[in-house]
Structures are given as structure tokens and as C-alpha cells.
Write a new protein. Structure first.
Length: 100
């Protein structure tokens, strides 16, 4: 329980810095005229990666390495599923650049 409490306390301490980083990234995307849907998706993917890593580390500390591996795999699958629209747009853009 101490590990979970300390991890959550550190996260709460860093919330202001995380908000500032997200706000800066959104400002840059707006200035670059990038669709915010893609930026939001990438930020969600980053969030999933951090949460999955945090959960996996907690379960490893509890001596449950097999469960930690499953959490990591689940996080990777969620990331892949969320990245499909971005990958589709990227591939379509590359195909459009190739001369016929």
C-alpha cells in the first residue's frame, strides 16, 4: 500500500507540470495547424503507456511478475489500437506523395 500511496502522491505533485506540458503541446499543434484529434490521441497513448508501466511496476513490487507482464501486454495492445487511425493517415499521406 505504501508503494501505491507514494506513487500517487508523486503523480499529484506533478499534475501542474503535466498540465503545462499538455497545454504547450496543444499550442504548438494549433500554431502548426495540426488536427487536434491526432494530438489528443497521441497524448492518450502516452497516458496509457505511463499508467500501464506504473501498474506493472506495482505488481512486480508485489511479487506478481506474471501479472505485470500481462498488464504490459494489455497496455501495448491498447496503444496499438489507438494508433491505428494515425497510422492510416500517415500511410495515406505517404501513398499520395508517391508519383503514379
Amino acid at each position: 500500500m505504501l508503494i501505491v500511496f507514494v506513487g500517487c502522491a508523486i503523480f499529484l505533485f506533478l499534475v501542474d507540470q503535466i498540465y503545462a506540458i499538455i497545454h504547450m503541446i496543444e499550442k504548438i499543434a494549433i500554431n502548426a495547424k495540426v488536427n487536434l484529434v491526432y494530438v489528443e490521441t497521441i497524448l492518450k497513448i502516452i497516458g496509457i503507456a505511463y499508467i500501464a508501466e506504473f501498474a506493472a511496476q506495482i505488481t512486480k513490487d508485489a511479487g506478481q511478475g506474471a501479472i505485470a507482464a500481462k498488464i504490459e501486454m494489455g497496455g501495448k495492445i491498447l496503444i496499438l489500437a489507438m494508433a491505428i487511425p494515425i497510422l492510416t493517415v500517415l500511410i495515406e499521406t505517404i501513398i499520395q506523395m508517391i508519383p503514379s
